[in-house]
Design a protein around this ligand. Structure first.
Ligand code: PEP
Ligand code: MG
Length: 328
């Protein structure tokens, strides 16, 4: 079984009818980097950059960040690296961030100053990270991903800052090329999912973050044990959100991917393909099994599955349909 999954590494990720599917890796720590080629992932769909700040005594400088991003980009050997700017949640601790006045004192951190909101309140933090990413982008293909977006204004403000930083980096002699690395958004709040169409006009790509989207849609804390039974990414309300974002992205021709935990679930991926998604980012270890499932499915059967699932109102029934599909 292990060997069989190992052989999959070199086989293309495509449906049995030949349609291509992109399987990328989520990366939380640079130490996981060797897992990516081992798993046969096609680049990084989500590089979480919180590791640079967690337990850091001092703010990582522009140069330090640049060196780390460069190493990651170089290791991808021409495949794209999607770097998400800091998604600080308030409940994590960092002396470095406290040192510059980022305290995370919100009563409800998930609804407070988190993700892009925090970066816009602390532009020096945001600008340093963007400059480091832009400098590193000469090393290979890069995309920049903004976390926890809820309004078009935030997106516009972020883009202004991005372009200003790019001008500064260029003035300092870095050859960035005519077009900057694409700037995209995480769709992980109901506001972003329901407003995907207007946000897509400002975003060059979209990444659906179902971990938070599930939490915010169902009003269930993703980390709270007491309500963990209610935390269900297959709840029809969450699936409707995913479907709506996917439709909007396809209509506006924006690349869209899904990078929450369900992207690595071999039971769920056929449903997501049937809903129109073709790009998934997951823990590297999940890639071979997902590839195997993709290679054995046809687009028609995925679409039929999605139609049936979307008619269901009971999450338990949905889970049954997915299991039945896997055992077909
Ligand atoms: C998500 O919310 O689905 C996501 C991919 O981001 P994170 O898990 O880092 O919040
Ligand atoms: Mg998230």
């Amino acid at each position: 079984e292990r060997q069989k999954l190992g052989r999959l590494r070199r086989l293309p990720a495509r449906l049995s009818g030949g349609e291509g599917v992109e399987l990328q890796a989520n990366l939380e720590l640079p130490a996981e980097l060797p897992l990516i080629p081992q798993a046969g992932a096609a680049g990084i769909g989500l590089l979480r950059t919180e590791f640079l700040f967690i337990n850091a005594a001092q703010m990582p400088s522009e140069g330090e960040q640049e060196a780390i991003y460069r190493a990651v980009i170089a290791a991808m050997g021409g495949d794209c690296t999607t770097i998400r700017v800091l998604d600080w949640g308030g409940e994590k601790h960092s002396d470095a961030l406290s040192g510059i006045g980022v305290l995370g004192a919100d009563i409800n951190p998930a609804l407070g100053e988190r993700g892009l909101r925090l970066l816009l309140r602390h532009p020096e933090l945001f600008e340093t990270q963007l400059a480091a990413i832009l400098r590193a982008s000469v090393e290979g293909p890069v995309r920049v991903l903004l976390p926890m977006v809820t309004t078009v204004d935030e997106m516009k403000e972020a883009r202004q800052i991005y372009e200003r930083v790019a001008r500064r980096v260029r003035r300092r002699g870095v050859k960035l090329g005519d077009t900057l690395p694409p700037l995209g958004i995480m769709v992980e709040t109901p506001a972003a999912a329901l407003g995907a169409e207007v946000l897509a006009l400002e975003a060059e790509f979209m990444a659906i973050g179902t971990n938070d989207l599930t939490m915010y849609t169902l009003a269930v804390d993703r980390a709270a044990a007491g309500v963990s039974k209610l935390y269900d990414p297959l709840h029809p309300a969450v699936l409707k959100m995913i479907g709506q974002v996917t439709d909007a992205a396809l209509r506006l021709r924006r690349p869209v991917s899904l990078c929450g935990e369900i992207a690595g679930d071999p039971l769920v991926v056929p449903l997501l393909i049937g809903m129109g998604l073709r790009s998934f980012s997951m823990n590297a270890q999940a890639v071979p099994r997902v590839k195997q499932v993709v290679r054995h499915a046809t687009l028609d059967e995925c679409r039929r599955l999605a139609r049936r699932v979307m008619e269901e109102s009971d999450p338990k029934r949905i889970a049954e349909l997915l299991r039945a599909f896997a055992g077909r």
